[in-house]
Design a protein around this ligand. Structure first.
Ligand SMILES: *Cc1c(COP(=O)(O)O)cnc(C)c1O
Length: 397
């Protein structure tokens, strides 16, 4: 290719990036390459749950960098054992598989469900039912599981064995169950799909359906897990225990890592060699996971997220109440959506100009994902900027 046709960037154009280059972060704040300061209510999409550059995690990481980086899963990795123990001690799960991303965690969950049905239960079942508007990842299996067409465009043929039903449609769900159904996979709050918390009655229906029909329940906690919703895991709000659940985003405080967790009776479905990952659970990754869980559990940050989430929702309701553009303010803990009557993309650009980073969840929903350590003062500032933006829209109409 000649120089003339080469584009400015050497990256594949898979992202529509904002004209914004953050170069430094501390707590809830980011600084760009021109020295401007921004209040971050995105948190790298629910990843930097402890804020930017958290001291305790940094110390654990630096200590591990001095000792050992990588040895492969051919050998014992004490940090991996310790991080897994922390996860099982603090959840209904008994076993953990570490990987490197959310999509990989969901891939592992789908594989475990199929393998359990085929090798342990002996049912031969393989189908996974998921919900419209859900998001489960970008690998071929997880984009097929995802209930949004846009992620599938141009990637056929897609793997077999996935069915989608509308969220909260009991009849459609019942009708989708058959003698091939291995698992039902669900987010407790549909995040990418528009911040829709699942209704408790629907969750109860699913758990009964699973129990009565030998179907495994997989909960995708990749965005909702690690305290974000006001519980360590969002399924705790519903008093249920999934057979399998998946984590990524917030589990590594910014270090790339994922995890698939399951009940003890599923452990025998995997044997040596049935699943694996070169980088899964390296000494470095699991040093970070360990410090992150210790911090979130030890400092009761899920409770803090519940309290701050309530304050954020209350302030938003107070300041945006009755605004003609606002349809609904909803969420759980510190995952909050402001649904509007029209597309909200321009709010993101304008927020950036005013020093507030926010994101969308679908075309009409503003999504707010502050750090779990966000302060009331920071919430007041963010709500003030949002209120000012909304007030100007009214004036312009
Ligand atoms: C982000 C996300 C994923 C995919 O995670 P990656 O790390 O991007 O592969 C899957 N499910 C949910 C609910 C997510 O929010």
């Amino acid at each position: 290719m000649s120089e003339a046709t080469k584009s400015e960037s050497s990256l594949f154009p898979t992202y529509a990036r904002y004209p914004f280059t953050p170069v430094r972060g501390q707590g809830s704040w980011l600084w760009d390459d021109k020295g401007n300061k921004y209040l971050d209510f995105v948190s790298g999409i629910a990843v930097t749950n402890l804020g930017h550059a958290p001291q305790r995690i940094k110390e654990a990481l630096v200590k591990q960098l001095d000792e050992l980086w990588h040895v492969s899963n051919l050998y014992h990795i004490p940090n991996q054992e310790a991080a897994a123990k922390l996860l099982t001690d603090n959840s209904c799960a008994d076993a953990v598989f570490f990987c490197n991303s959310g999509a990989e965690a969901n891939e592992a969950a789908i594989k475990l469900a199929r393998r359990y049905q085929q090798k342990v239960a002996g049912t031969g079942r393989y189908e996974v039912i998921t919900f419209n508007q859900s998001f489960h990842g970008r690998t071929l299996a997880t984009l097929t599981a995802t209930g949004q067409d846009k992620v599938k465009d141009g990637f056929t043929p897609l793997p077999e064995g996935f069915r989608h039903v509308p969220l909260h449609d009991v009849q459609a769900l019942d009708a989708a169950i058959n003698d091939k159904t291995a698992a039902i996979m669900i987010e407790m709050v549909q995040a990418e799909g528009g911040i829709y918390p699942v209704e408790p009655a629907f969750v109860q229906h699913i758990t009964k359906l699973c129990k009565d029909n030998g179907i495994l329940l997989i909960v995708d906690e990749i965005q909702t897990g690690m305290g974000r919703t006001g519980k360590l895991f969002a399924f705790e709000h519903y008093g249920i225990e999934p057979d399998i659940f998946t984590l990524a985003k917030g589990i590594g405080s910014g270090f790339p890592v994922g995890a698939m967790l399951g009940k003890g009776y599923l452990a025998e479905a995997f044997s040596a060699g049935s699943h694996g990952s070169t980088f899964g659970g390296t000494p470095i990754a699991t040093a970070v996971v360990k410090a992150t869980i210790e911090t979130i559990v030890g400092d009761k940050l899920a409770d803090r997220a519940a309290e701050m989430g309530e304050y954020l929702a209350e302030q938003l309701r107070e300041k945006l109440a009755g605004h003609p553009l606002v349809v609904e303010i909803r969420g759980k803990g510190l995952i909050v959506g402001i649904e509007c009557t029209e597309p909200v993309a321009s709010f993101v650009n304008e927020g950036m100009q005013r020093g507030l980073l926010i994101l969308t969840a679908g075309p009409n929903v503003i999504r707010l994902l502050p750090s779990l350590l966000v302060t009331r003062e920071e919430i007041d500032q963010a709500v003030g900027i949002l209120a000012a933006m909304f007030a100007e829209r009214t004036a312009a109409v």
